[in-house]
Design a protein around this ligand. Structure first.
Ligand code: NAD
Length: 269
């Protein structure tokens, strides 16, 4: 049964990008558990997307899978067309797809810079721009939510914390921060609610190598003392898009076990 107390997403349709693994997969399942039907976008891992679909259907919701690159304008249009054709008008968008291409700055290739900016920042732009257009076309459905639509970006603690060796990634997330805030300022009066989630270290494919190398080093950066799970972020996103968070707008909700608290200063630096 879907959640109550303003947390139910019954009757709403959600688009989740990069939903074949990690945080995107957990958020798709979390939205489904709250009652939403879900478009599951994947880039290359169709098998992963099929597993997400199973999780969505087990939760009692409908799901539809569609491939596409968030950095490609026509692919992004297709995600929304697919939602409207298969499920109905779009109410919720989780712009999640993201990559890392880590490299020392002097050796970073233009291709590594452009790949990260294209997926993490241009993708966020294309997906949220299309969301705004489709929300306007749909119109307010007060029977399902007081908001015309809800957008949540998957940012990172690295929208705030600089990250040596990953300037492309940190720059992309810094861009997402002001994309989110400026968009929230621009469209709030239309009842389009815009926020982001800022995960800390979450156990997914994106950081599998770092965790295998030295999980203790990562844990030492987290005051709460544990590496996060994708479901930790799913809980935060489900709340952010729910009516329980109807007055939360233009905010980055860090879900990071305290990583943004400068834990290097514990013991006075
Ligand atoms: P992940 O590698 O499991 O997920 C990334 C997803 O994005 C994959 O499903 C991948 O197929 C998809 N993707 C990549 N390029 C794409 C493209 N061009 N078009 C469509 N989809 C594409 O890792 P994750 O940790 O779940 O990452 C999801 C998001 O979370 C990313 O934006 C990442 O920056 C952010 N994030 C992750 C962490 C963490 O510690 N795991 C921390 C902060 C932020």
């Amino acid at each position: 049964m879907a959640a109550q107390n303003g947390l139910s997403l019954e009757g709403q349709n959600a688009v989740v990008t990069g939903a074949s693994s990690g945080i995107g997969a957990a958020v798709a399942a979390g939205l489904a558990k709250a009652g939403a039907d879900v478009v599951i976008n994947y880039h290359s891992d169709e098998e992963g997307a099929a597993k997400t679909l199973t999780a969505v259907e087990r939760a009692g919701s409908r799901g539809v899978i569609i491939g596409g690159d968030v950095g490609c304008e026509s692919d992004v249009h297709k995600l929304f067309d697919c939602c409207e054709a298969e499920l109905g008008p779009v109410d919720i968008v989780f712009s999640n797809a993201g990559i890392q291409r880590d490299c020392a700055f002097g050796e970073m290739s233009l291709a590594d810079w452009e790949a990260v900016i294209s997926t993490n920042l241009t993708g966020a732009f294309l997906v949220s721009r299309e969301a705004v257009k489709r929300f306007r076309k749909k119109g307010l459905r007060e029977e399902v939510s007081p908001a015309l639509g809800k957008i949540v970006f998957n940012s990172s603690v690295h929208e705030r914390i600089p990250w040596a060796g990953r300037v492309n990634y940190a720059a992309s997330k810094g861009g997402v921060s002001l994309l989110m805030q400026s968009l929230a300022q621009e469209v709030g009066h239309e009842k389009i609610r815009v926020n982001s989630v800022g995960p800390g270290a979450i156990a997914t494919d994106i950081n599998a190598d770092e965790r295998a190398d030295d999980a203790d080093a990562i844990r030492s950066l987290i005051p709460y003392g544990r590496i996060g799970e994708p479901e930790d972020i799913a809980q935060a996103v489900v709340w952010l898009v729910s009516d329980a968070a109807d007055y939360v707008h233009g905010h980055c909700l860090f879900a990071d076990g305290g990583m943004t608290l400068y834990p290097g200063f514990i013991g006075n630096g």
